[in-house]
Design a binder for this molecule. Structure first.
Ligand code: HEM
Length: 548
């Protein structure tokens, strides 16, 4: 089939190519294509294949070359020489990230990863070069101040292609995509300023206006049942986008939900993003989300500093004392503010109400607490300090965040490039090139950290004491990480919590709520999908105004 000695040459070339790929991990598309095509071409040329016959021998050379490459990759990944060989995990995960990409496409990554930990223990190999670590004592050395920078999945989340937020111009100051610790901490400064208590105080009037709008709009609904989940989404989409008044007529919400699907897949195989951006048809919704954010950023820049809102800090503030931010950076901040700040809060609200409605005793207990703190027709629940001091309200929200954290699996970090291995506690070493994921959904349901009955909804666990059977509640607060922890934790945590407390209190004060007739409660968890952020299904609820 091959002329004498040419097959070993082709295989040797594939081995050299493999060693190069392993050492340098290039992502440049022309280089990768060149590496895949040029070596067998050279061998064919050296062999002196005539042009007439070129196609046949070349195709055979190329097939052998690719097979050799694939063989080297797979063999190394499952061999004892691989630095992660001692960690347990399914073979499908060890050989390729394509398996996890498939799991993500079904939206059930959180459940799958939890299943792996139940089966294999606290440390599981979930990819050729990736570990999932469900061990609270290691969290500070992964996510904490002395932890690691963001991992490679962030490269796969570049959502607007080459000219958008992923462009070189936007790299400096781009918070979410900053994998370098120094760049991240620089970018974080502007965001930190936007969330100091004085800034949050400034957002309160906007928030109160929107919560009032939500309650009035729901009160005015003529239909017997409404989709509460959708209403929370419209509410959280924020100022300027009048979804609560007009509905999703421009498909904004749809764009955002669908726009996250592609990055959720791509983040599992970040190297593919450079290839996929060559295909204009790929990730249309994702690009539409980027375009939408760009339009909003333009609109907001034209309006100038007239609003006391988040954009004031992210766009306008900088102009006073320094060079304006480059436009691609403004766009990337705009996408981040829209996605991180709205989908998460809406999901927490919908989960919280689903859980309250399926546990009526909790609903009634919460109602009693809130009626006492904010007597109806006397005091609206607008005081942030009073809201945050309501123990049962806090317990209900924490229990919802515990069972259904909106970022369920994707807290990923990795040792800085070219800094060598990273030693986690007690000599546990993460080899350079390994990514590490801490999965909140799994940790929050681990009986070592939350017991008894970690799978059950029991807000009382947050109040201390015992359960009905006299068993003492165990709550390990270090294992409660819905907002992550460390220097890249959620910068909007305090605003998010204020928003959630206020909406829950307003809703309970204004309405009697119950599931619509025929609603099957089993559907809720089935329909929760882990695409980067948790996405939710519909929540049909009958909303009746409470009697005066
Ligand atoms: C209320 C529910 C929310 C939850 C559960 C939540 C959760 C999270 C989590 C887990 C992270 C960290 C990801 C990581 O460590 O890799 C994060 C980051 C972030 N969140 Fe939130 N978030 C919420 C609300 C908000 C709000 C209201 C904003 C405001 C715009 C916001 C803005 C951000 C930003 C900008 C980051 C990136 C921080 C960084 O990279 O330094 N989040 N969020």
């Amino acid at each position: 089939m091959f002329p004498p000695n040419s097959a070993p040459t082709v295989l040797l070339a594939s081995l050299v190519c493999y060693l190069f790929l392993k050492r340098f991990e290039p992502t440049d598309v022309p280089l990768l294509v060149g590496l895949l095509v040029v070596p067998p071409l050279i061998v064919s040329f050296l062999r002196g294949d005539s042009l007439d016959l070129l196609f046949g021998p070349l195709l055979r050379s190329w097939s052998l070359y690719c097979s050799g490459l694939l063989f080297s990759i797979l063999t190394y990944r499952i061999s004892p020489l691989h630095p992660l060989s001692k960690y347990p995990g399914p073979m499908t995960c060890k050989i390729s990230k394509l398996w996890l990409t498939f799991v993500v496409s079904r939206g059930k990554l959180h459940v799958y990863v939890k299943g792996l930990h139940d089966k294999y223990g606290p440390i599981v190999r979930i990819g050729p070069n990736e570990l999932s670590i469900n061990e609270v004592s290691l969290v500070p050395s992964i996510l904490g101040v002395k932890g690691m920078p963001k991992g490679p999945l962030w490269d796969g989340r570049r959502i607007s292609g080459k000219k958008g937020p992923g462009s070189k111009e936007a790299v400096r100051g781009n918070l979410i995509g900053a994998r370098d610790l120094k760049l991240h901490s620089e970018a974080r400064k502007a965001w930190n300023k936007a969330f100091v208590p004085a800034a949050i105080k400034g957002y309160e009037p906007i928030l109160i206006r929107r919560v009032t709008q939500l309650v009035e709009s729901l009160g005015a609904q003529k239909s017997r049942s409404v989709d509460l989940s959708r209403w929370f989404s419209f509410f959280s989409f924020g100022g300027g986008f009048e979804l609560m008044r007009d509905g999703d007529k421009d498909g904004l919400w749809h764009k955002m939900e669908r726009g996250l699907y592609f990055p959720a897949l791509a983040q599992q195989i970040p190297w593919c993003i450079s290839f996929l951006l060559y295909f204009p048809m790929v990730g249309q919704e994702m690009k539409a989300l980027g375009k939408f954010a760009m339009d909003q950023a333009k609109r907001r820049l034209n309006e100038g500093s007239i609003h006391d809102d988040l954009f004031y800090y992210l766009i306008d503030d900088k102009r006073v004392d320094a060079e304006p931010y480059p436009f691609p950076l403004v766009v990337s901040n705009s996408v981040l503010a829209i996605v991180a700040g709205s989908d998460t809060s809406a999901t927490v609200l919908a989960n919280t109400f689903f859980l309250l409605l399926s546990h009526r005793e909790s609903y009634e207990r919460l109602k009693l607490e809130l009626d006492e703190a904010f007597p109806r027709a006397v005091k609206e629940p607008t005081d942030p300090a009073l809201l945050s001091s309501q123990p049962y309200l806090n317990a209900v929200i924490k229990e919802s965040l515990r069972l259904f954290p909106p970022v369920a699996t994707s807290l990923q970090r990795a040792p800085s490039l070219r800094t060598g291995d990273k030693v986690l506690g007690e000599g546990f070493i993460i080899p350079e090139g390994t990514a590490v994921v801490v999965p909140p959904y799994t940790m929050h349901r681990d009986p070592r950290y939350f017991s008894p009955s970690p799978e059950k909804y029991i807000p009382e666990r947050w109040l201390g004491g015992d359960d009905d059977t006299g068993t003492e509640f165990i709550v390990n607060k270090d294992a409660f990480i819905p907002f992550s922890t460390g220097p890249a934790n959620c910068v909007g945590k305090n605003l998010g919590l204020l928003e959630i407390r206020m909406v829950v209190a307003y809703m309970i004060q204004a309405f009697e709520l119950q599931f619509a007739d025929g609603y099957d409660e089993e559907r809720w968890e089935d329909e929760l999908k882990d695409y980067l952020l948790m996405q939710k299904g519909s929540l049909p609820v009958v909303v009746t105004s409470r009697a005066a």
